[in-house]
Each structure stands twice: as C-alpha cells, then as structure tokens.
Design a protein around this ligand. Structure first.
Ligand SMILES: *Cc1c(COP(=O)(O)O)cnc(C)c1O
Length: 385
C-alpha cells in the first residue's frame, strides 16, 4: 500500500505532467508573466464551464471575497451575515472592510448556514449574506435567495470548497455552485478541488455592471490607464498559475467523480455504524446522490458520536493515517471575532460539531487498499470502545 496522504498533489501531477509542463513552458517562452494570454484563456474556459457571464481572476480566494464586497459597494456599519462554522477568511474580510460580521449557526446534517438562523439575524442594517458551500456542497440557496429578495440583500457565495458542484432546485433545475447569488468567490489554493501550484482565486458574476466595477478594483481602481476612479487593490492571478489551471480545468469533472467514488466507498463501510454519522448529501436532487454532482467532497467529513473523537484522531495518526478537524473552534469564540452581541446558546450546532467532526483523507488518487485500511482502522478503534 502506498503511504496515505490527506491530499496527493504529487500523484495527481504525475498523471498530467505533460500538459501542465507544456502549458507552463508556453508562458515562460512568451515571457507573458502578468495578464498574459493564458489568464484570458483560463477565464474564458471557466466562464464556459460554469455557464456564468463573467469570471474575474485574482490572487487568492480571500481577496476574491474582499473584492466582491468592495464591488457591491458595502459600507462600514453594514451588517453581513455568515456562518459560524467555516474557515476564518470569510469573516476576516468582512471585518477588514469595516463591515459588521454577524455570525449565525449552521445545520447539523450538512454543516451549512442555517436559513432560520439567518432570518433571526436580519436587522435594518443587514446588507448581505455570505453562504459558504462547506466541504463541497451548496448551502440552501433557494431559500437564501428568496430571503435575500424579500429583504433586498446581496448574496455572496463563498465557493472556495465546491467548484464543479451543482445546486438542484426543488423543481429539478440545476445551477453550478457560484452562479446563483449576485456574486461568488473561489480559491485555487493547491488543495482545493481545482487547485493551482501556488495561490489563485476568482470572482464570478452574471451582472455586467458589477463585473466592470470589479475588473477595475482588482487593478488599482483603474478603468483607463493611470486614471484611478475608485480605491482598488492589486490582485492578479499570475500567468503561470493560469497555465496550471487551464491544463487542469478539463479534468475537474473527472477529479470530482474520483472524490465522489472515494466518498461512496467510505459511506458503504461506515453506514449503520452506531458511532458514525456519514455525510448527508443532496438538495433538490432528491436522489441518493449516487450519480449526481450535488456534492464534490472537498472534504469527507463524518461525525463521531458516543466515542472519543480526539482519541480517534490520535489513533489514526499513530497508524499513519492523516486526518483533520475542520474546524476545531467556532468563529464566535475566536479572540479576533468575539462580540458581546453573541449569545453562546445561539450556536448549539456549531458548538457540538467542533467536538464531533473528523475529515478523512480525500483526494483524486485514493486507492481501494488505502480506503479499506482507513475504514477498517476507524471501525476497529470504535469497536474496541
Ligand atoms: C480556502 C478558503 C478560502 C480562502 O482561500 P485562499 O485562496 O486560501 O485565500 C476562503 N473560504 C473558504 C471557505 C475556504 O475554504
């Protein structure tokens, strides 16, 4: 058995070395390192793949979120509602822009923002909602968009973990994650479902005016050379990263299928075990999601109940199985984001999840013997009590 890794980027590279290398070489040969043709090519390929009018590449997923909020013209004092159970980048940019983050609880099945909790958090100052499509599947976008329409709010999808997934509406229609809200952000961090070999990110929108504003913001607020109409930033996807992404994008569906296949094997081994709750997938697709793209498993995250999660983590590490706890501390308890407005009792689900969740190795190169070893080690530990 090959050594098990949380993410196997080296193994993945070895199978696409030729296309990636020649794509990178092209950039070097042309010395078109900044805003070269590869960036434009990738942008257009991604627009076509997602079925979205505008993709604006930028330097990373955190910038993408910040720039989306700047593009919407959000102002200090505006309240922005987001999930308590997510990576800090989401709340960080809200705070950095002088906006007021309003953290709310998530649902215990899918780990995504709880729509009822959003409803309770809306005030006259609320201007936007940032649903995070956590671990590879969309938040409840149909209800969130309805709520946003009713209250005249912007919806910014944090799609760093669900690129390539689809959201299924209750009537059976579907849309790619990141194309439903007013604007969306994504990250091409190496370990994401579509990752480059450094930092990268992008903003998506179907709104022409917003896209125009954002294209200026990423380039120092410049719409005409040396005319700075708004305060902008410098946030570029460099051409070498675009070359990697352009070579990998045609593989994205295949990669997501490989993740789903690994998830199905995990599920088959874990289903019905009294100490394990397997991840719940599905929105309006209403199938058992065997042949569906509603979940692209950025992480394969189970909940452990009636057993010691932390002891399991230690045991797996001793057996050479990497794993992760995403996320170990709720954002409302982080020093940087604590606030007297929060009542700990309002975060019942997040407070429970942080003690239950464990994410197992998930990547495109997992082999059956590795999965069998992982599942039998987890089950062996739990059955020993
Ligand atoms: C990775 C991630 C980000 C940030 O992306 P970077 O490219 O690392 O800046 C933001 N939000 C979520 C949910 C993420 O997982």
């Amino acid at each position: 058995m090959k050594k098990i890794q949380m993410v196997d980027l080296k193994g993945q590279y070895s199978s696409i070395k030729k296309v990636v290398d020649s794509s990178i070489q092209e950039v070097i040969d042309n010395a078109s390192f900044i805003n070269g043709p590869k960036v434009k090519e990738f942008q257009e390929s991604l627009e076509a793949y997602l079925g979205v009018k505008h993709v604006i590449p930028c330097a990373n997923g955190t910038d993408a979120l910040q720039i989306a909020m700047m593009g919407l013209g959000l102002k200090p004092g505006d309240e922005v509602i987001t999930a308590d159970f997510t990576f800090a980048a989401t709340v960080e940019v809200i705070a950095l822009l002088g906006l007021t983050p309003v953290l709310v609880d998530v649902d215990s099945d899918k780990f995504n923002i709880d729509v009822e909790a959003i409803k309770r958090a809306i005030t006259p100052k609320t201007k936007a909602i940032v649903p995070v499509h956590l671990f590879g599947q969309c938040a409840n976008m149909e209800s969130i968009m309805e709520l946003a329409n009713d209250h005249d709010l912007f919806v910014i999808e944090d799609n760093a973990q669900a690129i390539g997934a689809s959201y299924y509406y209750n009537d059976g229609r579907k849309s790619k994650a990141g194309t439903i809200g007013h604007v969306a952000s994504t990250s091409f961090f190496p370990s994401k479902n579509l990752g480059c070999y450094g930092d990268g990110g992008a903003i998506f929108t179907n709104d022409d005016k917003l896209a125009h504003r954002i294209r200026g913001i990423v380039n120092h607020g410049m719409y005409k050379r040396y005319h700075h109409d708004v305060v902008g930033v410098n946030s570029r996807l460099d051409s070498i990263q675009a070359a990697v992404l352009d070579a990998k994008l045609p593989k994205l569906d295949q990669y997501n299928k490989a993740r789903q296949s690994a998830a199905r094997k995990y599920n088959a081994a874990f289903t019905n075990h009294p100490n394990i709750i397997i991840p719940k997938a599905g929105n309006g697709c209403k199938t058992i999601c065997d042949n569906c793209d509603c979940h692209v498993f950025h992480q394969y995250t189970i909940k452990i109940q009636g057993a010691d999660r932390d002891a399991l983590v230690t045991h797996l590490q001793e057996k050479g199985i990497p794993c992760g706890v995403y996320y170990p501390i709720p954002l409302h308890k982080q020093k940087a984001y604590m606030d007297d407005r929060y009542n700990d009792a309002d975060f019942k689900v997040t407070n429970t999840l942080i003690n239950q969740v464990i994410s197992l190795p998930m990547h495109t190169e997992l082999e059956d013997d590795q999965i069998n070893f992982i599942t039998s080690t987890v089950i062996g530990f739990l059955n020993k009590g």
